[in-house]
Design a protein around this ligand. Structure first.
Ligand SMILES: [Zn+2]
Length: 345
């Protein structure tokens, strides 16, 4: 995929948090039809670190991945870890200062340092640092989050342009994150002000599922309606197969979720052969089942192995089981994306 074409068609990105989609080689990943991955700036900042990442020629060279790489800004994780007191650190007007739980080293994540790390990773699609909060926040907190998010996005863009030459020199894309929690007017304001600064893509930030379990469709629509039509829209953290289809209808083209690979590792597999679309491979009923997970799936796992074999591997915690289930779940998602793309052209 040409970077300039990113987000022009539907794309699903699995999480390669530390430089690998867990249990898969880069070749196996490619064979699922995956064209882009998300890597985690915060984890890579701590290990192997910015200087080593640069010396290693960036993540694509490191993991021998020819596809597209999108990096998150590192903000979402560090803020939630600090807010939940799982990590020692402080969030401030300039970003966050925190201590690595592994090494005890201190780090500072600012709009500028986030861009520097994403550049060291060799990202194709960068994301600006945003001030993300937990769900159900008061208006005053949402206002502060929106104002910091806009300020930091502007600083990220300035730094990306002044130090690296911006999209023009690097060919990389810079996307921003729209915050505003459940306040429609704040979502609109954030979207409009970020649009005035100008980015290559607009990402829906914050929680996509409300307490009642429903997608926050009004908020998601407000972002689509108040950002430039021709720029890509990324529904961060969406989601379940049925949610992807709904959100795609609003105008979002880019998706990611940890569910696909996490479910695979827990033995929750997607299958159109089952009534509710899900097959729990650990169930005893599959111990002698010689059918593939999904009779219409063209993945390696379904072509070569039975439910019984995978049931056995997962039951005895055999690592190969995780590889086979991850291949299947990921391919299942990429087939949904392929069918969305066929419908829209
Ligand atoms: Zn399959």
């Amino acid at each position: 995929m040409e970077i300039s074409d990113f987000g022009k068609k539907f794309v699903f990105m699995p999480d390669a948090t530390r430089g690998a989609v867990r249990a898969l080689t880069s070749k196996q990943l490619e064979d699922t039809g995956t064209e882009a991955i998300v890597t985690n700036t915060l984890h890579l900042l701590m290990t192997p670190g910015l200087e080593k990442m640069k010396k290693l020629g960036g993540i694509k060279n490191f993991m021998n991945w020819k596809g597209t790489v999108l990096t998150d800004s590192g903000g979402f994780q560090v803020f939630s870890l600090i807010h939940s007191k799982k990590w020692k650190g402080v969030v401030h007007d300039n970003g966050a200062t925190f201590k690595s739980p592994r090494t005890g080293d201190m780090y500072e994540l600012t709009p500028e340092s986030s861009i520097d790390m994403q550049m060291a990773i060799g990202s194709d699609v960068l994301v600006t640092l945003d001030d993300c909060r937990s769900t159900n926040i008061e208006r005053i907190e949402a206002e502060e989050s929106v104002s910091r998010t806009i300020d930091w996005a502007s600083r990220c863009k300035k730094h990306f342009e002044e130090k690296y030459g911006g999209t023009k020199e690097t060919g990389k894309l810079l996307s921003c994150v729209v915050q505003g929690a459940n306040f429609l007017d704040l979502r609109k304001k954030c979207a409009q002000e970020l649009s005035a600064i100008g980015f290559d893509g607009y990402n829906f930030g914050g929680f996509v599922i409300a307490d009642n379990g429903e997608l926050v469709l009004d908020e998601m629509r407000a972002v689509i309606e108040n950002t430039p039509k021709e720029k890509f829209k990324y529904a961060m953290g969406v989601g379940k197969p049925e949610d992807i289809k709904i959100v795609a209808g609003l105008g979002y083209k880019v998706f990611d979720t940890v569910l696909v690979t996490r479910n695979a590792r827990h033995g929750t597999l997607y299958s159109n052969d089952c009534e509710n679309g899900v097959l729990r491979i650990k169930n005893a009923e599959y111990s002698l089942d010689e059918r593939p997970i999904d009779s219409n799936c063209d993945c390696y796992t379904c072509q070569k192995h039975s439910r019984a074999y995978i049931h056995h591997l997962i039951k005895v915690d055999e690592v190969t089981g995780l590889t086979l289930t991850t291949i299947h779940n990921l391919r299942y998602y990429q087939r949904i994306i392929e069918s969305l793309n066929q419908q829209s052209y």
